[in-house]
Write a protein that binds this ligand. Structure first.
Ligand code: UDP
Length: 309
């Protein structure tokens, strides 16, 4: 009998790659999504696969599935700053009520549970790079607080289910990720810059652009998450690419790689925008034998090609 994985947020950018990966590993996949930020176009090629089922459902509401489930991968949530500003209550609900419901399914089905957490739980970090042992620096009532605190609660309740109910849990802290299928209007730096560059429109760098991020190509991230799902590590694990760069340098790189005529303009820096971000991946390297393979040049090339169509 093939094992079954329930993937919440399965029609989103990362969720859809997880659907692909678990199907390729011989799983049956139930993809659950309410499509507020996910899209059917991400999973349309899977419709005819007999091992794939899509359920349009908001995981913040009770989840009722009759069949056995072996894995619950909880990836449902708005994840771009403009999305969680647009959907603050849904973001808080999916991280809290949604995580509680997804854990409930895992407990009832005796399934393994994997939570998609985030580097946002470190907030605007005062320790650099960020190891898993860092507790973070988050403004709970700031504009990003709805996402950061929901994910911090999600980690807390996941660990509580592990400790109190013996649930078999995993927590991945995902750092900035990019690649084909990221929404073109997603509002994040790479999709904005590529879309603007391809149209020769101004590139909108927020602030001076000296804030840093470290960008991981999607195939590397999915490999790390799959390895974590097959490991026996219950504590959180950072997955991301530690190559760090300034946002202004990312803008220049994308202008160069697209051969664009775009000029850089500077818009106001959003409140609480983290000044630096870089994963310490010592733990993932050592315990999962994982290392990102795709460099920025290659990853951007693939992504730019995808944006052209
Ligand atoms: N950013 C920018 N211009 C944009 C979009 C984002 O300068 O059009 C900046 C943003 O202020 C942040 C960085 O790029 O410092 C990464 O932002 P993103 O929204 O991609 O993700 P975050 O890491 O902040 O969650």
């Amino acid at each position: 009998m093939p094992k079954t994985a329930l993937i919440t947020g399965g029609a989103g950018f990362l969720g859809s790659y997880l659907c692909d990966r678990f199907l390729a590993e011989g799983f049956k996949v139930i993809c659950m999504d309410n499509l507020i930020t996910g899209s059917l176009s991400n999973i349309s090629r899977l419709e005819s696969n007999p091992n794939f089922t899509f359920i349009n459902h908001d995981v913040s509401k009770h989840i009722d599935i009759k069949e056995p489930i072996d894995y619950v991968l909880h990836f449902a949530s708005p994840a771009s700053p403009i999305d969680y500003l647009k959907y603050p209550i849904q973001t808080l609900k999916v991280g809290s009520l949604g995580t509680h419901n997804a854990l409930g399914v895992a407990k009832e089905k005796k399934a393994r549970f994997l939570l998609a957490s985030t580097s946002e739980i470190y907030g605007d970090p005062q320790i650099h790079p960020q190891p898993e042992s860092y507790y973070g620096h988050v403004n709970c009532i700031g504009p990003r607080g709805v996402y950061d605190e929901a994910k911090r609660f999600a980690e807390a309740i996941t660990m509580a289910y592990h400790k109190a109910h013996g649930l078999d849990t995993r927590i991945v802290r995902i750092f900035n990720t990019y690649g084909p299928r990221i929404r073109k209007q997603d509002g994040r730096a790479i999709p904005n810059f590529i879309s603007q560059a391809l149209k020769n429109e101004p590139i909108t760098v927020y602030g001076k652009g000296d804030q840093t991020r470290s960008f991981c190509y999607v195939s590397d991230l999915i490999e790390g998450i799959f390895l974590l799902s097959q490991s026996d590590i219950h504590d959180p694990v950072n997955i991301g690419n530690p190559v760090e760069l300034k946002i202004i340098d990312m803008a220049k790189k994308i202008i160069k790689m697209t051969g664009s005529k775009s000029k850089i303009i500077h818009n106001p820096l959003p409140q609480d925008d983290p000044k630096v971000r870089q994963p310490d991946i010592t733990k993932a390297k050592k315990l999962l034998n994982w290392n990102p393979k795709i460099d920025l040049e290659q990853g951007l090339k693939e992504t730019i090609e995808w944006f052209k169509y």
